[in-house]
Design a protein around this ligand. Structure first.
Ligand SMILES: NC(=O)c1ccc[n+]([C@@H]2O[C@H](COP(=O)([O-])OP(=O)(O)OC[C@H]3O[C@@H](n4cnc5c(N)ncnc54)[C@H](OP(=O)(O)O)[C@@H]3O)[C@@H](O)[C@H]2O)c1
Length: 336
Protein backbone atom coordinates (compact mmCIF):
# COMPACT_ATOMS: atom_id res chain seq x y z
CA UNK A 1 0.00 0.00 0.00
CA UNK A 2 1.00 3.64 -0.35
CA UNK A 3 1.84 5.54 2.83
CA UNK A 4 3.49 8.83 3.63
CA UNK A 5 6.46 7.83 5.78
CA UNK A 6 8.33 10.20 8.09
CA UNK A 7 12.00 9.24 7.65
CA UNK A 8 13.54 11.93 9.87
CA UNK A 9 12.25 14.84 11.95
CA UNK A 10 12.22 18.16 10.11
CA UNK A 11 10.26 20.29 7.65
CA UNK A 12 7.43 19.17 5.34
CA UNK A 13 9.95 17.57 2.97
CA UNK A 14 10.84 15.02 5.67
CA UNK A 15 8.03 12.79 4.37
CA UNK A 16 8.47 10.21 1.59
CA UNK A 17 5.57 8.66 -0.31
CA UNK A 18 6.47 4.97 -0.05
CA UNK A 19 5.21 1.44 -0.71
CA UNK A 20 4.88 -0.38 2.62
CA UNK A 21 3.29 -3.73 3.56
CA UNK A 22 -0.49 -3.64 4.04
CA UNK A 23 -1.21 -4.32 7.73
CA UNK A 24 -3.28 -7.33 8.86
CA UNK A 25 -5.85 -7.17 11.66
CA UNK A 26 -4.99 -9.08 14.84
CA UNK A 27 -7.46 -10.26 17.50
CA UNK A 28 -9.92 -7.48 18.36
CA UNK A 29 -8.75 -5.28 15.46
CA UNK A 30 -10.33 -4.06 12.24
CA UNK A 31 -8.52 -3.37 8.96
CA UNK A 32 -9.85 -0.13 7.47
CA UNK A 33 -9.44 1.17 3.91
CA UNK A 34 -8.71 4.83 4.60
CA UNK A 35 -10.89 7.08 2.44
CA UNK A 36 -9.88 10.31 4.16
CA UNK A 37 -7.72 11.70 6.92
CA UNK A 38 -7.01 15.27 8.02
CA UNK A 39 -4.21 17.53 9.26
CA UNK A 40 -3.88 18.62 12.88
CA UNK A 41 -1.21 20.81 14.51
CA UNK A 42 -0.17 17.63 16.37
CA UNK A 43 0.91 16.24 12.98
CA UNK A 44 3.43 19.00 12.29
CA UNK A 45 4.51 19.02 15.94
CA UNK A 46 5.32 15.30 15.58
CA UNK A 47 6.97 15.85 12.17
CA UNK A 48 9.34 18.52 13.46
CA UNK A 49 10.38 16.35 16.44
CA UNK A 50 8.47 17.91 19.38
CA UNK A 51 7.57 14.38 20.56
CA UNK A 52 10.72 12.60 19.31
CA UNK A 53 10.90 10.40 22.41
CA UNK A 54 7.42 9.00 21.69
CA UNK A 55 7.70 8.47 17.93
CA UNK A 56 10.20 5.85 16.72
CA UNK A 57 11.32 6.44 13.11
CA UNK A 58 10.51 5.65 10.38
CA UNK A 59 6.89 6.40 11.26
CA UNK A 60 3.50 6.68 9.61
CA UNK A 61 1.80 9.55 11.43
CA UNK A 62 -1.71 11.03 11.15
CA UNK A 63 -4.56 11.18 13.65
CA UNK A 64 -7.91 10.90 11.85
CA UNK A 65 -9.48 8.11 9.84
CA UNK A 66 -12.71 7.85 7.90
CA UNK A 67 -13.01 4.74 5.81
CA UNK A 68 -14.50 1.32 5.19
CA UNK A 69 -13.85 -1.88 7.13
CA UNK A 70 -12.13 -4.33 4.79
CA UNK A 71 -11.46 -7.21 7.20
CA UNK A 72 -11.83 -8.02 10.89
CA UNK A 73 -9.55 -9.99 13.23
CA UNK A 74 -10.64 -12.84 15.53
CA UNK A 75 -13.11 -11.83 18.22
CA UNK A 76 -14.37 -8.61 16.61
CA UNK A 77 -18.09 -8.28 17.26
CA UNK A 78 -18.97 -4.65 16.51
CA UNK A 79 -18.08 -4.46 12.80
CA UNK A 80 -18.19 -6.47 9.59
CA UNK A 81 -16.48 -5.79 6.24
CA UNK A 82 -18.20 -2.97 4.39
CA UNK A 83 -19.07 -0.90 7.48
CA UNK A 84 -18.25 2.81 7.19
CA UNK A 85 -16.25 3.90 10.23
CA UNK A 86 -14.38 6.85 11.72
CA UNK A 87 -11.91 7.29 14.55
CA UNK A 88 -8.66 8.75 15.85
CA UNK A 89 -5.86 6.18 15.91
CA UNK A 90 -4.30 5.57 19.32
CA UNK A 91 -1.93 8.53 19.66
CA UNK A 92 1.78 7.67 20.13
CA UNK A 93 0.98 3.96 19.91
CA UNK A 94 1.51 2.48 16.46
CA UNK A 95 1.08 3.65 12.87
CA UNK A 96 -1.16 6.61 12.07
CA UNK A 97 -3.54 7.45 9.26
CA UNK A 98 -1.36 8.84 6.42
CA UNK A 99 -1.80 5.58 4.49
CA UNK A 100 -4.22 3.67 2.30
CA UNK A 101 -4.97 1.16 5.10
CA UNK A 102 -4.94 1.28 8.87
CA UNK A 103 -5.62 -1.24 11.65
CA UNK A 104 -7.18 -0.28 14.97
CA UNK A 105 -8.72 -1.86 18.02
CA UNK A 106 -12.48 -2.08 17.50
CA UNK A 107 -12.89 -0.32 20.89
CA UNK A 108 -11.79 3.07 19.50
CA UNK A 109 -13.70 2.81 16.21
CA UNK A 110 -17.14 4.33 15.67
CA UNK A 111 -19.77 4.06 12.96
CA UNK A 112 -19.42 7.06 10.65
CA UNK A 113 -22.42 9.40 10.85
CA UNK A 114 -24.37 8.69 7.67
CA UNK A 115 -24.86 12.35 6.81
CA UNK A 116 -21.12 13.12 6.80
CA UNK A 117 -18.87 12.42 3.83
CA UNK A 118 -15.58 10.65 4.55
CA UNK A 119 -13.75 13.94 4.12
CA UNK A 120 -16.03 15.59 6.69
CA UNK A 121 -15.88 12.70 9.16
CA UNK A 122 -12.07 12.66 9.01
CA UNK A 123 -12.18 16.39 9.78
CA UNK A 124 -14.17 15.81 12.97
CA UNK A 125 -12.81 12.75 14.79
CA UNK A 126 -9.80 14.24 16.63
CA UNK A 127 -11.04 17.80 17.08
CA UNK A 128 -14.56 16.65 17.98
CA UNK A 129 -13.24 14.11 20.48
CA UNK A 130 -11.07 16.79 22.05
CA UNK A 131 -13.91 19.30 22.38
CA UNK A 132 -16.20 16.61 23.79
CA UNK A 133 -13.67 15.76 26.46
CA UNK A 134 -13.05 19.45 27.22
CA UNK A 135 -16.61 20.80 27.36
CA UNK A 136 -18.67 17.77 28.36
CA UNK A 137 -16.14 15.69 30.30
CA UNK A 138 -14.18 18.39 32.12
CA UNK A 139 -15.84 21.83 32.07
CA UNK A 140 -19.31 20.23 32.41
CA UNK A 141 -20.78 23.27 30.64
CA UNK A 142 -24.41 23.86 31.64
CA UNK A 143 -27.42 25.37 29.89
CA UNK A 144 -27.40 29.16 30.29
CA UNK A 145 -23.69 29.40 31.12
CA UNK A 146 -21.19 31.40 29.06
CA UNK A 147 -17.91 30.34 27.48
CA UNK A 148 -14.96 32.08 25.86
CA UNK A 149 -13.56 29.94 23.03
CA UNK A 150 -10.15 31.10 21.82
CA UNK A 151 -9.42 30.57 18.11
CA UNK A 152 -13.02 30.06 16.99
CA UNK A 153 -12.20 29.71 13.28
CA UNK A 154 -9.66 26.90 13.79
CA UNK A 155 -10.04 23.14 13.65
CA UNK A 156 -10.91 22.82 17.35
CA UNK A 157 -12.54 26.22 17.81
CA UNK A 158 -15.14 25.92 15.04
CA UNK A 159 -16.34 22.62 16.52
CA UNK A 160 -16.27 24.01 20.07
CA UNK A 161 -18.58 26.88 19.08
CA UNK A 162 -21.18 24.46 17.71
CA UNK A 163 -21.00 22.04 20.65
CA UNK A 164 -21.17 24.86 23.20
CA UNK A 165 -24.28 26.22 21.46
CA UNK A 166 -25.82 22.74 21.40
CA UNK A 167 -25.16 22.58 25.16
CA UNK A 168 -27.12 25.82 25.62
CA UNK A 169 -24.27 28.22 26.34
CA UNK A 170 -23.71 31.86 25.37
CA UNK A 171 -20.57 31.77 23.21
CA UNK A 172 -17.81 34.39 23.04
CA UNK A 173 -14.99 33.70 20.61
CA UNK A 174 -11.73 35.26 19.41
CA UNK A 175 -11.05 35.29 15.66
CA UNK A 176 -9.49 37.67 13.13
CA UNK A 177 -11.95 40.13 11.61
CA UNK A 178 -12.12 38.26 8.29
CA UNK A 179 -13.61 35.30 10.18
CA UNK A 180 -16.37 37.24 12.00
CA UNK A 181 -19.06 36.00 9.58
CA UNK A 182 -17.82 32.42 9.76
CA UNK A 183 -17.88 32.42 13.58
CA UNK A 184 -21.36 33.98 13.69
CA UNK A 185 -22.75 31.44 11.21
CA UNK A 186 -21.43 28.68 13.48
CA UNK A 187 -23.46 30.20 16.32
CA UNK A 188 -21.08 32.52 18.19
CA UNK A 189 -22.95 35.26 20.07
CA UNK A 190 -20.02 37.63 20.59
CA UNK A 191 -17.00 37.73 18.26
CA UNK A 192 -13.79 39.49 19.30
CA UNK A 193 -11.00 40.45 16.90
CA UNK A 194 -7.95 39.16 18.75
CA UNK A 195 -5.62 41.28 16.62
CA UNK A 196 -7.36 44.60 17.36
CA UNK A 197 -8.94 44.24 20.78
CA UNK A 198 -7.88 42.90 24.16
CA UNK A 199 -10.18 39.95 24.82
CA UNK A 200 -10.28 40.56 28.58
CA UNK A 201 -11.65 44.08 28.06
CA UNK A 202 -14.11 42.85 25.42
CA UNK A 203 -15.50 40.03 27.60
CA UNK A 204 -15.85 42.26 30.66
CA UNK A 205 -17.61 44.94 28.59
CA UNK A 206 -20.02 42.43 27.03
CA UNK A 207 -20.82 40.78 30.38
CA UNK A 208 -21.16 43.95 32.44
CA UNK A 209 -17.99 43.03 34.36
CA UNK A 210 -19.28 39.56 35.31
CA UNK A 211 -17.00 37.47 33.09
CA UNK A 212 -17.66 34.00 31.65
CA UNK A 213 -18.13 30.62 33.31
CA UNK A 214 -15.69 28.70 31.14
CA UNK A 215 -12.60 29.44 29.04
CA UNK A 216 -11.43 27.01 26.35
CA UNK A 217 -7.75 27.69 25.63
CA UNK A 218 -6.67 26.56 22.16
CA UNK A 219 -3.76 28.99 21.73
CA UNK A 220 -1.43 28.85 24.75
CA UNK A 221 0.80 31.85 25.44
CA UNK A 222 -0.37 33.65 28.59
CA UNK A 223 -3.96 32.39 28.38
CA UNK A 224 -3.75 30.43 31.63
CA UNK A 225 -2.53 33.40 33.67
CA UNK A 226 -5.05 35.82 32.08
CA UNK A 227 -8.09 33.56 32.29
CA UNK A 228 -8.96 34.51 35.90
CA UNK A 229 -9.44 38.08 34.62
CA UNK A 230 -12.35 36.93 32.42
CA UNK A 231 -13.84 34.30 34.76
CA UNK A 232 -16.81 34.46 37.10
CA UNK A 233 -16.53 32.96 40.59
CA UNK A 234 -16.13 29.16 40.37
CA UNK A 235 -15.20 29.47 36.69
CA UNK A 236 -13.41 26.70 34.83
CA UNK A 237 -10.50 26.84 32.40
CA UNK A 238 -9.80 23.98 30.02
CA UNK A 239 -6.54 24.07 28.11
CA UNK A 240 -5.66 21.70 25.29
CA UNK A 241 -2.32 23.35 24.56
CA UNK A 242 1.03 21.99 25.64
CA UNK A 243 2.39 25.31 26.96
CA UNK A 244 6.17 25.34 27.36
CA UNK A 245 6.58 28.43 29.59
CA UNK A 246 5.57 28.45 33.27
CA UNK A 247 2.58 30.70 34.03
CA UNK A 248 1.58 32.35 37.28
CA UNK A 249 -2.06 31.46 37.98
CA UNK A 250 -2.27 32.98 41.46
CA UNK A 251 -5.25 35.13 40.36
CA UNK A 252 -7.24 31.89 39.96
CA UNK A 253 -7.34 31.68 43.78
CA UNK A 254 -9.56 34.73 44.08
CA UNK A 255 -12.01 33.29 41.54
CA UNK A 256 -12.13 29.80 43.08
CA UNK A 257 -11.29 28.67 39.57
CA UNK A 258 -10.61 25.12 38.36
CA UNK A 259 -8.07 24.29 35.68
CA UNK A 260 -8.30 21.22 33.45
CA UNK A 261 -5.57 19.92 31.17
CA UNK A 262 -6.80 17.79 28.29
CA UNK A 263 -4.84 15.47 26.05
CA UNK A 264 -7.50 13.76 24.00
CA UNK A 265 -8.12 10.06 24.61
CA UNK A 266 -9.70 7.62 22.22
CA UNK A 267 -12.94 5.71 22.75
CA UNK A 268 -16.04 4.83 20.77
CA UNK A 269 -18.48 6.42 23.19
CA UNK A 270 -17.67 10.02 22.42
CA UNK A 271 -17.69 9.34 18.67
CA UNK A 272 -21.24 8.00 19.04
CA UNK A 273 -22.26 11.11 21.02
CA UNK A 274 -20.71 13.43 18.43
CA UNK A 275 -22.50 11.43 15.74
CA UNK A 276 -25.82 12.00 17.49
CA UNK A 277 -25.25 15.79 17.40
CA UNK A 278 -24.32 15.56 13.72
CA UNK A 279 -27.46 13.62 12.86
CA UNK A 280 -29.57 16.17 14.78
CA UNK A 281 -28.13 18.91 12.58
CA UNK A 282 -26.34 20.63 15.48
CA UNK A 283 -22.75 19.87 14.44
CA UNK A 284 -20.95 19.83 11.11
CA UNK A 285 -17.21 20.16 10.45
CA UNK A 286 -16.14 22.81 7.97
CA UNK A 287 -13.60 21.55 5.44
CA UNK A 288 -11.54 24.55 4.35
CA UNK A 289 -9.29 22.67 1.89
CA UNK A 290 -8.76 19.15 0.53
CA UNK A 291 -5.37 17.74 -0.52
CA UNK A 292 -4.22 14.28 -1.67
CA UNK A 293 -2.03 11.87 0.33
CA UNK A 294 1.01 12.86 -1.74
CA UNK A 295 0.27 16.53 -1.09
CA UNK A 296 0.37 16.23 2.70
CA UNK A 297 3.71 18.12 2.80
CA UNK A 298 1.93 21.07 1.15
CA UNK A 299 -0.96 20.76 3.57
CA UNK A 300 1.44 20.82 6.53
CA UNK A 301 3.21 23.90 5.19
CA UNK A 302 -0.15 25.62 4.81
CA UNK A 303 -1.49 24.79 8.27
CA UNK A 304 1.81 25.91 9.85
CA UNK A 305 1.76 29.25 8.08
CA UNK A 306 0.37 32.07 10.28
CA UNK A 307 -1.65 33.71 7.51
CA UNK A 308 -3.01 30.57 5.90
CA UNK A 309 -6.51 31.93 5.21
CA UNK A 310 -8.02 28.73 6.58
CA UNK A 311 -11.39 28.25 8.18
CA UNK A 312 -12.02 24.89 9.87
CA UNK A 313 -9.95 21.93 8.75
CA UNK A 314 -7.63 20.68 6.02
CA UNK A 315 -8.79 17.22 4.90
CA UNK A 316 -6.83 14.64 2.94
CA UNK A 317 -8.65 12.52 0.36
CA UNK A 318 -6.94 9.13 -0.02
CA UNK A 319 -6.92 6.70 -2.97
CA UNK A 320 -10.01 6.66 -5.18
CA UNK A 321 -11.61 9.45 -3.15
CA UNK A 322 -8.69 11.73 -4.03
CA UNK A 323 -9.43 11.24 -7.73
CA UNK A 324 -13.12 12.05 -7.22
CA UNK A 325 -12.12 15.24 -5.35
CA UNK A 326 -9.71 16.16 -8.11
CA UNK A 327 -6.87 16.29 -5.54
CA UNK A 328 -4.05 15.48 -8.01
CA UNK A 329 -0.97 13.76 -6.55
CA UNK A 330 1.91 16.23 -6.28
CA UNK A 331 5.10 16.00 -4.26
CA UNK A 332 7.53 18.57 -2.92
CA UNK A 333 10.35 16.62 -1.27
CA UNK A 334 11.86 13.30 -0.21
CA UNK A 335 11.73 10.36 -2.58
CA UNK A 336 8.41 9.78 -4.28
N1 LIG B 1 -4.68 18.46 23.84
C1 LIG B 1 -5.31 17.93 22.81
O1 LIG B 1 -5.81 16.82 22.90
C2 LIG B 1 -5.42 18.72 21.53
C3 LIG B 1 -6.29 18.29 20.52
C4 LIG B 1 -6.42 19.09 19.37
C5 LIG B 1 -5.65 20.24 19.25
N2 LIG B 1 -4.80 20.60 20.22
C6 LIG B 1 -3.98 21.82 20.12
O2 LIG B 1 -4.88 22.91 20.05
C7 LIG B 1 -4.33 23.95 19.27
C8 LIG B 1 -5.34 24.37 18.20
O3 LIG B 1 -5.58 23.28 17.33
P1 LIG B 1 -6.45 23.52 16.01
O4 LIG B 1 -6.63 22.19 15.37
O5 LIG B 1 -7.66 24.31 16.32
O6 LIG B 1 -5.43 24.42 15.16
P2 LIG B 1 -5.75 25.32 13.87
O7 LIG B 1 -6.75 24.66 13.01
O8 LIG B 1 -4.43 25.67 13.30
O9 LIG B 1 -6.46 26.63 14.46
C9 LIG B 1 -5.78 27.54 15.26
C10 LIG B 1 -6.62 28.80 15.28
O10 LIG B 1 -6.09 29.68 16.27
C11 LIG B 1 -6.24 31.00 15.78
N3 LIG B 1 -5.34 31.88 16.51
C12 LIG B 1 -4.01 32.02 16.40
N4 LIG B 1 -3.55 32.91 17.29
C13 LIG B 1 -4.63 33.35 17.98
C14 LIG B 1 -4.81 34.26 19.05
N5 LIG B 1 -3.78 34.93 19.59
N6 LIG B 1 -6.06 34.46 19.51
C15 LIG B 1 -7.10 33.81 18.99
N7 LIG B 1 -7.00 32.93 17.99
C16 LIG B 1 -5.77 32.70 17.49
C17 LIG B 1 -5.95 30.88 14.31
O11 LIG B 1 -6.59 31.96 13.68
P3 LIG B 1 -5.96 32.81 12.48
O12 LIG B 1 -6.45 32.20 11.22
O13 LIG B 1 -6.51 34.15 12.72
O14 LIG B 1 -4.46 32.73 12.64
C18 LIG B 1 -6.62 29.55 13.97
O15 LIG B 1 -7.95 29.75 13.54
C19 LIG B 1 -3.01 23.40 18.71
O16 LIG B 1 -1.94 23.84 19.53
C20 LIG B 1 -3.16 21.90 18.86
O17 LIG B 1 -1.93 21.23 18.98
C21 LIG B 1 -4.65 19.86 21.37
Amino acid sequence: MKALVLKQFGGPAAFALSDVPKPAPQAGQVLVRVEATSINPLDYQVRRGDYADLVPLPAITGHDVSGVVEAVGPGVTAFIPGDEVWYTPQIFDGPGSYAEYHVASENIVGRKPASLSHVEAASLSLVGGTVWEALVGRAALRVGESILIHGGAGGVGHIAIQIAKAMGARVFTTVRDTNFGFARRLGADVVIDYRKEDYVEAVLRETGGQGVDVVLDTIGGNTLSRSPDVLTQLGRVVTIVDTAQPQNVIQAWGKNASYHFVFTRQNRGKLDELGALVERGQLRPHVGAVYSLADIPLAHARLESPDNGLQGKIAIAVGALAERHGAKPRFIGGTA
